[in-house]
Design a protein around this ligand. Sequence first.
Ligand SMILES: O=C(O)[C@@H](O)[C@@H](O)[C@H](O)[C@H](O)CO
Length: 331
Amino acid sequence: MQLSLVLPPTPDERWDKAKQIGVENAVYHSLELGNGRRPSKYDELLRIVNRYRDHGIEPAAFEGSVPLTDTTRLAKEGRDAEIDEFCRFLRNLGELDVNVVCYDWMAGLRWARTSITTPSRGNSLTTSYSDKQMRRGPPPAVARSTTADDLWENLEYFLERVVPVAEEAGVKLGLHPDDPPTGDVRGMPRIINSPEAYKRVLNIVDSQYNGITFCQGNFSAMGADIPSTIRQFADRINFVHFRDVEGDPDSFTEMWHDDGPTDMAAAIEAYRDIGFDGPIRPDHVPTMAGEDNSTPGYHLSGKLFASGYIRGLLDATDPSADERSPVAESK
Ligand SMILES: O=C(O)[C@@H](O)[C@@H](O)[C@H](O)[C@H](O)CO
């Protein structure tokens, strides 16, 4: 598995600290860390990719900040041009040997939380969601004219055109779950909110390139059993977001990686069993002392902690470890 971190597109101490803890893979996600750009042209991507590589960091995935907007999700005018651009983006990434792209089908509103200052361990800050509070706010304008069927139809249209190009380019797609995985957010329908929904997605085009970003926290909020769901989707998992929440889709709190309800070791064992060798990154870490909470879920200290935690679980479940272990040798 490629232990990865969302790192900004330009170098700063986060790049150095990632390398110091032995993480050598980056996820480009400029909507969270960076200038919010959605590059698609070869030369622009070349610069980003080379900047990481020149610093000894391998860009393992492009996520979120990809050239896909509500124009495509809601089939607005310009959709075909945007899909063409997305296809060019995939081809360009393929030329640059970047092999994973994470996208989502959340129209109208991106991932939503009602608090970004929920107190957690030692007064760290985490995020939480209350559907009751969320509903009291105004619905997005497009909510009235969009149905779940529309979203499915538009997703089918997109996948039928894009997956063959992804195959040719050698770039695996991972659809991120709707976050929160509810039926609607403020009246805006959401469709990627259950394991059944994923079965439907995977059947639209039956290809490993039409896969899943297994965002564990969302699957846990869905009430899915994490290890068996990982085994169920097996080789269709193309990217892992390692995180955990406590609660259900209507009311949940983001947890420290070692303190949530999910058996995280069993999850790692399941990824090993299915032979997953793609990128895995910690997601939604608590904000720690000294951090300004300007990028909730994406500050560095919690990510360093989570990376060490994941590394420990990876080492503890490494099938070749027995041979290396001094205890085994002395037996
Ligand atoms: O996990 C989440 O929902 C967020 O952190 C997003 O940044 C998400 O990764 C992207 O929107 C997926 O495209």
